[in-house]
Design a binder for this molecule. Structure first.
Ligand SMILES: [Zn+2]
Length: 376
């Protein structure tokens, strides 16, 4: 894996789920997590130490063995079956330890009103020092408090969308108990559907699960308007912008475009078909649309530089503007902004996280039939 890719707390649980049984993250990733005692991997893997015959949690405070002396297991049971006995320090057979009191309080506060957003001011009002709380939360949960809240809101808002089951206005208005949080979360993120709006007049939202995490897809009759990873920072603002540009509400549901997106994403991740044949209806300025069009001409398995895109849209030298247009793409994967890399070959940034960019590029290189292109 690329050295620039940060350890990836989101990837591990996603990979370990899945119908094929417990898949583990890559060996190097696990060893790095084990060496750093990364709590994000707690429960994701267990490490057997060949030299001692003991198996540990990722977070064990015992001295870490060399990489070649470690064997990884998806469960404590598998480690036992592998001939290892549980470590007395980290007690891998015990249930995961209870969270520190301040973390428990934060978790309870979120659950009291999961659609809301707890700010530093709110925490201070609860007598909690925000910076300490944030640090503790991150250390225990493996993601920031902000990211946790965002994930909880988005997950709640889209809970009913998961199965493609439409939730209509009537249900929004009365079908949920006020403390379920669904209604708050949904209205907060997607706004209130206009009275009597038919679902085919609106932007329809559907959650699509992928091996790289849950995605949110928005489409109307014109075509796909947005496809983004649900944990992307700023996603709520992007939805807001789209809603006001299109003057419409968002309702959960599905339509032909969204069905096609889901089918084609499944084939993409299975390596069966890396290209997409979808009705796309991106919302942007003429320059943004030109850049996004150029992105779609980069073949899967290849990468291009910002300078290449600039020349392609007839604005040689406009790398910065191209970079901004690239970053404002909200149709991940299908408009492949992940195929643009720095002139020096570095990955540069990615809205969905640089680790995802790396995974997408690795995946496309592995499965593209064409000769991988070179960055000019
Ligand atoms: Zn241990």
């Amino acid at each position: 894996m690329n050295r620039h890719v940060p350890p990836d707390p989101h990837m591990a649980p996603v990979q370990s789920a899945g119908p094929a049984g417990a898949l583990l993250p890559g060996r190097r990733e696990m060893y790095r997590a084990f060496a750093r005692r990364d709590s994000a991997y707690e429960g994701v893997f267990y490490a057997g130490v060949k030299t001692t015959g003991i198996f540990c949690r990722p977070t064990c405070r015992a001295r870490k063995p060399r990489a070649e002396n470690v064997e990884f297991f998806a469960s404590a049971s598998e480690a036992l079956h592998g001939g290892y006995r549980p470590c007395r320090l980290c007690r891998p057979m015990d249930p995961v330890p209870v969270p520190p009191p301040v973390v428990a309080r934060l978790l309870r506060a979120v659950e009291a009103n999961p659609g809301a957003r707890l700010t530093d001011k709110d925490l201070a009002a609860m007598g909690i020092d925000p910076s300490t709380a944030r640090r503790r939360f991150c250390a225990y949960c493996g993601l920031t408090f902000q990211a946790y809240q965002r994930a909880r809101r988005m997950g709640l808002a889209l809970h009913e969308v998961r199965a493609g089951r439409p939730v209509i206005e009537a249900q929004l208005d009365g079908g949920y108990s006020s403390n379920s949080g669904f209604r708050d979360a949904f209205l907060r993120i997607f706004g209130k559907p206009p009275r009597g709006a038919r679902s085919d007049d609106c932007l329809i939202a559907r959650r699509i699960d992928t091996p790289l995490g849950g995605m949110l897809a928005l489409a109307d009759r014109a075509g796909l308007r947005m496809l983004e990873f649900m944990d992307r920072q700023g996603l709520e603002n992007e939805i807001d912008r789209l809603r006001s540009r299109l003057h419409c509400a968002v309702v959960p549901g599905t339509n032909a475009t969204l069905e096609a997106v889901e089918t084609q994403l499944r084939r993409y991740f299975a390596g069966e078909q890396l290209g997409f044949d979808l009705a796309l209806a991106p919302v942007g300025s003429p320059f943004q649309l030109a850049v996004w069009g150029a992105l779609r001409r980069i073949p899967a398995g290849a990468t291009r530089s910002y300078a290449w895109i600039a020349a392609e849209v007839g604005r040689p030298g406009a790398q910065r503007a191209v970079g901004r247009a690239n970053g404002s793409n909200v149709m991940s994967i299908v408009i492949p902004c992940h195929r643009v890399i720095g002139a020096d070959g570095s990955l540069s940034g990615y809205g969905g996280g640089v680790w995802r960019k790396q995974r997408l590029l690795d995946h496309e290189r592995a499965f593209s039939r064409t000769t991988p292109g070179k960055s000019p």
